[in-house]
Design a protein around this ligand. Structure first.
Ligand code: COA
Length: 202
């Protein structure tokens, strides 16, 4: 019975796999064959995207109900760079990368997380329009190795999350979080030290 279920799920997944392969090729994404995408990814723009080994991206309600009302979206401007390290997990999240976003190895990006390295619009009301994206302030975002970002959090331009640090669900990160700390709230503040990873963890 389990074998038949697995076979049906493989067959039903073929259209999604073909769709994702076409998107990755069209957008020129550099990735390893170990990449798993559950559901259909959305990629916009022609910036550079590099994805390491053993990365899992959930992009559907069935692969993760948390944030499953949206898909995983990578949106890049030309010249921008998104680097995703080995062993990263991403669930129904959006990364808007107009400059540079780096996600360190083994980091876990929870359901419906949003990572923005840009303000999207200029803060000068007189110059603001639907097409002012190039004038918006942009600062790189860095997510450290084995960091964990709780569901529905927003990581804003210039923010960084230290190695093995944790961001509580629904937080807004605007600053640099040091290594091995738990931050939460809006704006996120340190709530305590995080436990360091044991040997052999991802
Ligand atoms: C951040 C987190 C790991 C902390 O868990 P914990 O160590 O058990 O923390 P506690 O529940 O003991 O809370 C400690 C304090 O932080 C506060 N806090 C915890 N999580 C918070 C959050 N997400 N936002 C704001 N404050 C939070 C608590 O209110 C408490 O405050 P107090 O000391 O003033 O009473 C957890 O609350 C969390 O957000 N997990 C993420 C779950 C998730 O999104 N998973 C991914 C799904 S895809």
């Amino acid at each position: 019975m389990a074998g038949i279920k697995a076979m049906i799920s493989t067959v039903l997944g073929i259209p999604n796999r073909l769709y994702n392969l076409a998107v990755l090729k069209y957008r020129g994404v550099e990735y390893d064959k170990s990449l798993v995408i559950n559901g259909r990814i959305k990629i916009a723009g022609h910036g550079r995207i590099r994805i390491g080994k053993n990365v899992v991206i959930n992009s559907s309600l069935s692969s993760n109900p948390i944030g499953g009302d949206t898909r995983t979206v990578f949106s890049l401007l030309n010249g921008a760079e998104l680097i995703i390290g080995d062993g990263v997990g991403i669930s129904n999240a959006a990364v808007v990368c107009h400059h540079r976003v780096v996600i360190g190895e083994g980091a876990q990006i929870g359901g419906s997380v949003r990572i923005y390295d840009t303000d999207f619009h200029t803060l000068d009301a007189g110059r603001r329009s639907g097409a002012d994206m190039l004038e918006a302030v942009k600062k790189p975002v860095e997510i450290g190795a084995r960091a964990f970002i709780g569901a529905h959090s927003i990581v804003l331009k210039g923010a960084a999350i230290g190695e093995e640090s944790i961001v509580g669900a629904g937080s807004v990160v605007t600053k640099r979080i040091p290594d091995h700390e738990i931050w939460a709230g809006n704006p996120a503040r340190c709530i305590r030290k995080a436990q360091e990873g044991s040997e052999g963890s991802v």
